[in-house]
Design a protein around this ligand. Structure first.
Ligand code: SAM
Length: 281
């Protein structure tokens, strides 16, 4: 059988999150291509894996690819790992996988931890459709321009962010997406100080500003899509109307709701009618 390239996910914090199959594959291949050989050496030591490591990172991936492909073509099974999580997800490996495919080398995924998916699965925002956006540009003007393009996106958005930029990034998000847009904050997933929270962007600005620990470690931000915000606005309007309808007529309740929220009176009236009908059903 021809040699293969295994794309192996490793833990994003808790070492027990490695899979049995990942350990088996890492032990059985002839060579492991790793983003940082020193970081990966520690992981291999922990699992008693003695397979030799070779570096494959952003700075040498183009030059190294031909060499690695040649080794696989010569019959060596190879595993690709990154420092943590799933290779290629905001990590090196794309050029190697593409080249392997071009050389008809079988690429075998060995799935496992990924910070984006772990965050999405736990913050309580819609997960049926989402867009992984990776890291935003570090320059503020470019970051804001990128956020502007995503403002009306209805899917849930997932971002990775460095801790030293988290506050300015969340502030920019609050400005562009609106202070009330829901956000999931997933910090230090699977580690001692794991923090998983859902709130509005303005609340998150306060939370991070008032607790400097929240500006440390590794962070994923999950932003509710544009419709999620509309759902929340609808929920708030419904709550207000239902309360007003306890004491007032549909006309008076919708007039007051329109005055208080700034929405069109016709819209409030229509919704008040719908809610009254629902109550009677
Ligand atoms: N390939 C990795 C994966 O599958 O998630 C991501 C690598 S990327 C270079 C590193 C970023 O992932 C961090 O800056 C952070 O945004 C996110 N991340 C990685 N581990 C995390 C963790 N334990 N908790 C929260 N975010 C994490």
């Amino acid at each position: 059988m021809n040699a293969q390239l295994f794309v192996v996910s490793t833990p994003i914090g808790h070492l027990d999150d490695i899979t049995y199959r990942a350990v088996e594959v890492l032990k059985s291949v002839q060579i492991i291509a790793a983003e940082d050989t020193r970081t990966s050496a520690q992981l291999l030591k922990h699992f008693n894996i003695s397979t030799p490591l070779t570096a494959c990172h952003d700075h040498n991936e183009s030059n190294k690819t031909d060499q690695l492909i040649q080794r696989i073509l010569n019959g060596e099974n190879m595993a690709l790992i990154s420092d943590a999580g799933t290779p290629l997800i905001s990590d090196p490996g794309f050029k190697l996988v593409r080249a392997a495919q071009q050389h008809q080398i079988r690429v075998v995924p060995v799935p496992g931890a990924c910070a984006a998916i772990a965050a999405l699965s736990s913050v309580g925002l819609p997960s049926d459709r989402f867009s992984f956006e990776g890291f935003l540009p570090s320059r503020q003007s470019q970051r804001v321009a990128t956020l502007e393009k995503l403002k009306d996106e209805t899917q849930t958005l997932i971002f990775y962010e460095a801790p030293h930029r988290i506050l300015e990034c969340v502030k920019d998000m609050a400005t562009v997406f609106g202070a009330e847009r829901p956000v999931g904050f997933a910090r230090e997933i699977t580690k001692t100080f794991e923090t998983i929270k859902k709130m509005s962007l303005s609340e998150l600005v306060n939370f991070i500003e008032n607790d400097h620990h929240q500006q440390k470690g590794e962070i994923v931000l999950v932003i509710g899509g544009a419709t999620e915000q509309k759902d929340l606005e609808q929920e708030a309007l419904d709550k207000l109307l239902l309360r007003l309808l306890q004491d007032l007529s549909v006309k008076a309740a919708s007039q007051l709701a329109a005055d208080l929220t700034g929405i069109k009176k016709k819209v409030a009236y229509q919704r008040a009618l719908e809610l009254t009908d629902k109550k009677q059903d």
